[in-house]
Design a protein around this ligand. Sequence first.
Ligand code: BV8
Length: 225
Amino acid sequence: MVILTGAGISKESGLDTFRCAGGVWERVRLEDVATPEGFARDPDLVHQFYNDRRTGLLHANVQPNAAHEALATLEREWPGEVLLVTQNIDDLHERAGSRNLIHMHGELLKARCGACYAVSEIRRDLSVEDDCAGCGAIAEMRPHVVWFGEMPLEMDRIYRELAGCALFLSIGTSGNVYPAAGFVQEARVNGAHTVELNLDPSEGATLFDEKIYGPATREVPAFVE
Ligand code: BV8
């Protein structure tokens, strides 16, 4: 099984989605805060954007929800059979117990040095004044997050797993962002049964064999059972 998740699975944990009403991209332009050009133009603005989201994620009220927990249960019940690929940069899947997990768009609680590429844990604000604990480079630290125009992480492994999967499950994503939005097509051509679990139909809804609509905390545990 390959399972793809997006911002919708974390919505009921209190984290914003991007394109729903009131979503992130209504408040800031993705060109300004989620592209390398935006970071080069105004690194303070980008650090502020991610520092605010990191502070939000680390808030005591933000906890994994029943959907995250159901996917961790599924992995325990099918050892070695489940790969979870998330577009999300939060750590709610790990905190729910998922282990075989790929963060294809990076992680909010990690930082990367632009000079030596070393990745480190970060649970505080990042700024242009930070220097790399590894190589000492000054003002090279950035969030370890994949911006638009950058290559998502572990794509070879994801395509290999899509080529051999029997079931592809897409949860809480609007199907706007590539290459993630193309995974259902990859799975289909390789003969997988494809299921969409979302609040409402995604851009790629017609490509799924099965569609189940409703909040993730209700529909994901029901599907796993
Ligand atoms: C790449 C990390 C190539 C940052 C993100 C034209 C011009 C320029 C580029 C492009 C172009 N056309 C295509 C592209 C490529 C571009 C792209 O797809 N652009 C889109 C906007 C058209 N993609 C890229 O640039 C990617 N890289 O292509 O590289 C390359 C090749 C060779 C060498 C180098 C490079 C990189 C994309 C990654 C960008 N980073 N995230 C951050 O988080 O700040 S993507 C961003 O959107 C989010 O992070 C999120 O991960 C992603 C997808 O969003 P969703 O998760 O789907 O969230 P959304 O709000 O959209 O939807 C939420 C859904 O949940 C809704 O459907 C809703 O119904 C549902 N929902 C809500 N509540 C609930 C619920 N479901 C269940 N229960 C609920 N309660």
